[in-house]
Design a protein around this ligand. Sequence first.
Ligand code: NAD
Length: 381
Amino acid sequence: MRILILGGDGYLGWPTAMYLSRRGHEVAVVDNYFRRRACIELNREPLIALPNLNRRATLWERVSGHRLTVHIGDVCDYPFLLQVFREFEPDAVVHYAEQPAAPYSMMGHRQAVFTLTNNLVSTTNLIFAVKECNPACHIVKLGTMGVYGTPNIDIEEGYLEVEHKGRRHRFLYPKTPGSLYHLTKAQDGDLLYFYCRMWPIRVTDLNQGPVYGLTTGESAEDERLLPMFNYDDVFGTVLNRFLVQAVAGVPLTVYGQGGQTRGYLNIQDTLACVELALLHPPAPGEYQVFNQFVETFSVNDLARKVQDAGRALDLRVEVQHLPNPRREAEEHYYNPAQTGLLSLGLKPHYLDEATLCRMVQLVQKYRDQIQPELIFPQVRW
Ligand SMILES: NC(=O)c1ccc[n+]([C@@H]2O[C@H](COP(=O)([O-])OP(=O)(O)OC[C@H]3O[C@@H](n4cnc5c(N)ncnc54)[C@H](O)[C@@H]3O)[C@@H](O)[C@H]2O)c1
């Protein structure tokens, strides 16, 4: 397949590009370095300094023999996106090019408007480029489990059958997101569902849980190929933050009571899920949804696991409950379905102690780069 990856410089986009090119697909990546600029602007730079996207592509070609085409530009710039579509003629597009951090979206008016504009205009531009250039091109958009919130009933995979006054109808599962970022992911899903009903485009929405991990098979050969890895309060996902805190010798920052439960997955499973989605496109006019995670944990569960791994490595890991900077339920019912990707053949990586220890050991190599002052939450809502 010819696969275009939007957001190909990011935490997930870069490993996906290498993974798919190694499997024989022709891959092009697009990024406007928004994330790198935001990290510099907010003084929250990733743990590991990264070569720019062109240099990473050159390095990857040297290591693997696979060529990636790099386009630096903004997906919100429609003429630019159209030009990339016309040059590359993708069979499928993986859309990661959004502002992905809940705290960033809740910082203030400027960040709110940026998140709304960037995430919705990038998705709209993608839909129109597909319609204009090749409606058969499969859109795989990364969504989030956070769109569902924490309802007091089971969470289904995308849709909910409702019986009302003796009649039945299948709706998109109701969405109750807990940050503006998550709201934009609900809205971009609505946009895609709307256009699937208007036009014969093909869309898969992957409602993904928080991802953890650094290493994928492709980055094992050269650490300069590792993904962008943030551990700060704005861009770091919870387990990645805890791993760095364990190494830095600062207490793990559990927000509130720590009963907040979510579905998690290893970065290697993200790559496998995206590939499975690409290999199983829906019919024209269909909006296919998968819940993309492999196991659920509360924040307290994660903290305990990191403490256990720390003990195995002779690290003293403490836990500190901080006043919750977010408005969210700290104890709640959580039972989401996730059978779609498993039935397509996903072989999950589970979070065991050996995996945690390997991640901690990798972070230990970059211990000198850790800035502990970036760890405490500064954004509140
Ligand atoms: N990382 C997770 O745990 C996680 C969990 C659930 C869902 N997701 C979703 O996966 C996607 C990727 O997440 P990530 O963690 O890799 O984020 P990321 O910020 O590391 O990657 C996104 C990339 O897209 C680029 N980008 C953003 N807007 C752009 C634009 N308008 N034009 C061109 N490039 C643009 C950024 O510069 C960045 O490199 C996001 O849509 C996010 O909502 C991520």
